[in-house]
Ligand binder design. Structure first.
Ligand code: 0RA
Length: 429
C-alpha cells in the first residue's frame, strides 16, 4: 500500500477532492485498499467479487448455474442464470441501473436487509471495483425478454447500454481483463480458482459451477447434492473414518439458517471449517463456539447417561480438547447482515452462539440416541483422549515433583528437615 499514492504532496483535501476520491478513480489510485493487494491474491479477488454476486443470486434461489472461463489472454468470463442485473432507468442517476451498479462504488448491493449475501461480506466491494481495475469489461444481461450489452474501459462506459437481441432467459455475463497497469501478476491459477469454486459448490448444495481454462483446455465441474456432508467427506479423503457417513444437521433459529456436518476419523488431528454466508471465517467466531460447546456437552451427556464415564477406574470428564481429536467438521450459517471482526475480518461476531448451541444440542442428541453404536464408538475415542490427557498430566506432575527433589530425595524446600537439631529445622517463610 501507499505505492499508488497520487495525491500530490501539499495537496489540500477539500470537499471537491473528497468527492472525486469517492468515485472509481479512488479505486485505481489505491487498489490495495479495495482488493487487499495488486499481486496474485488481488488478481483473483476480482473473480471472487463477480462470482460472489452470482452466488448471491443462487443463495436467493434465482440461479442454479455459474460458469467461469479463463481465456487465453487471461481475461475472465463469469456467467450466471440469475435474474440479470436490472436494466431499467435508475430513478435519481438517470442512467440504467446496470450502469450504476458497474460504475458507482458500493451501488451493487441489493439493499433488502433480510436476504443472505456473500457480496458485501468479506470481499464486499462490488463489481464496480472489478470494472475500475479492468482495462476492458463487457457486460451482457438477459432480462425482460431481451439481451442487453455495454462495454467499459477502466471503469468508464465506452458504449451505452444497448439492446442487442431477444431472449426468454435471464442471467448476467461479465467478461473482464485485469488492467496490466494496475496488477503485478496477470496469470490466473486454475488450482486457486477451482479450489474456491469447489468450496462455493459445497456450500450451496445443488449449485452447478463449471470452470473452463482455455489456456490449457482443463475443465472442472462442481455440483454437490449432499452439500457440506460431501465437503466433510472430501476433507476426510485418504483418512480412516470412524463411521460411514457424516452426521448432518440443519435447521433455522429465527432468521439464522444453520447447517453442520461432522465425521470422526481415527487420527488425533482436527479439521474444522466455519462459514458465514459462504465466507470462510478463518478466525472462527460465535457460530463455531456455539458448535464446540454443544458438541462437548452432548458427548458428555450421552457418555454419562450411557454409564460410559463410570466404566473407567477413575471417573473422567471429556473436555473440549478431547472431542477435537479426529474431528472433521463444517459449520455453515446464513444470516442477514453478518458482523465480522478482527484484523482480517475473519471472525463472525453476530450474536448467534446460543442459536447454534441449541440446534446442535437438539439434533446431535437425537442423532446419538438413534445411532447409539456409532455414538459409543465416537465417545469411546473421546474417552481415550481424556485418559491419555490425564495420564500425560500425571506423568508431567511426577517428573516435576522428581526434579524438585534434591539429591537427598526430599523436595529442596524441605531439605533442611534432615537436620537433627530442631533449631535448624524450621521452615522459613
Ligand atoms: C442488483 C439487483 C439485483 C440483481 C443484481 C444486482 C445482480 C448482480 C449481478 C452480478 C452478477 N450477476 C448478477 N446478478 C444479479 C436484483 C434484481 C431484481 O430485483 O430483479
Amino acid at each position: 500500500m501507499g505505492d499508488k499514492e497520487s495525491v500530490p504532496k501539499g495537496h489540500q483535501y477539500d470537499a471537491k477532492s473528497i468527492k472525486v476520491l469517492g468515485g472509481l478513480e479512488a479505486v485505481r489510485l489505491r487498489p490495495a485498499m479495495y482488493i487487499g493487494s495488486t499481486g496474485e491474491t488481488g488478481l483473483h479477488h476480482l473473480v471472487w467479487e463477480v462470482v460472489d454476486n452470482s452466488v448471491d443470486e443462487a443463495m436467493a434461489g434465482f440461479a442454479d448455474e455459474i460458469s467461469v472461463t479463463v481465456h487465453a489472454d487471461n481475461s475472465v468470463t463469469v456467467v450466471d442464470n440469475g435474474r440479470g442485473i436490472p436494466v431499467d432507468m435508475h430513478a435519481t442517476e438517470k442512467r440504467p441501473a446496470a450502469e450504476v451498479v458497474l460504475t458507482v462504488l458500493h451501488a451493487g448491493g441489493k439493499f433488502d436487509s433480510d436476504t443472505y449475501k456473500v457480496s458485501g461480506g468479506l470481499h464486499g466491494v462490488g463489481v464496480s471495483v472489478v470494472n475500475a481495475l479492468s482495462d476492458q469489461l463487457e457486460m451482457e444481461i438477459q432480462r425482460d425478454g431481451a439481451v442487453w450489452e455495454q462495454s467499459y474501459e477502466k471503469g468508464k462506459p465506452t458504449t451505452k447500454l444497448k439492446q442487442t437481441g431477444k431472449s426468454r432467459k435471464t442471467g448476467t455475463k461479465i467478461t473482464f481483463h485485469p488492467d496490466p497497469a494496475i496488477f503485478e501478476k496477470h496469470v490466473f491459477s486454475f488450482d486457486t480458482l477451482s479450489q474456491r469454486l469447489r468450496e462455493y459448490a459445497f456450500l450451496n448444495k445443488g449449485l452447478k459451477i463449471t470452470l473452463t481454462d482455455e489456456r490449457t483446455d482443463k475443465t472442472a465441474e462442481f455440483r454437490f447434492t449432499g452439500g457440506i456432508a460431501e465437503f466433510v467427506k472430501h476433507l476426510n479423503r485418504g483418512k480412516t473414518a470412524l463411521h460411514d457417513s457424516p452426521i448432518y444437521m440443519e435447521g433455522k433459529k429465527g432468521n439464522v439458517e444453520i447447517e453442520i456436518a461432522l465425521q470422526y476419523n481415527d487420527s488425533y488431528g482436527e479439521n474444522v471449517f466455519a462459514f458465514a454466508n459462504t465466507i470462510n471465517t478463518v478466525d472462527g467466531g460465535t457460530h463455531l463456539s456455539g458448535f464446540r460447546s454443544a458438541l462437548t456437552r452432548t458427548i458428555n451427556n450421552f457418555a454419562s447417561n450411557a454409564g460410559m464415564l463410570k466404566e473407567q477406574k477413575d471417573e473422567v470428564t471429556i473436555t473440549g480438547d478431547d472431542v477435537r481429536e479426529g474431528l472433521v467438521a463444517v459449520v455453515s450459517v446464513r444470516l442477514p447482515q453478518p458482523q465480522f471482526e478482527g484484523q482480517t475480518k475473519g471472525k463472525l461476531n453476530s450474536d448467534i452462539k446460543g442459536d447454534v448451541e441449541q440446534l446442535v444440542n437438539e439434533k446431535l442428541g437425537e442423532w446419538f440416541d438413534k445411532h447409539s453404536t456409532v455414538a459409543r464408538r465416537i465417545i469411546g475415542k473421546c474417552i481415550d483422549a481424556a485418559r491419555a490427557r490425564e495420564a500425560a498430566r500425571k506423568a508431567r506432575e511426577l517428573t516435576r515433583r522428581k526434579s524438585a527433589m534434591d539429591s537427598s530425595g526430599l523436595p529442596g524446600k524441605l531439605a533442611d528437615c534432615q537436620e537433627r537439631d530442631p533449631v535448624h529445622c524450621e521452615l522459613r517463610r
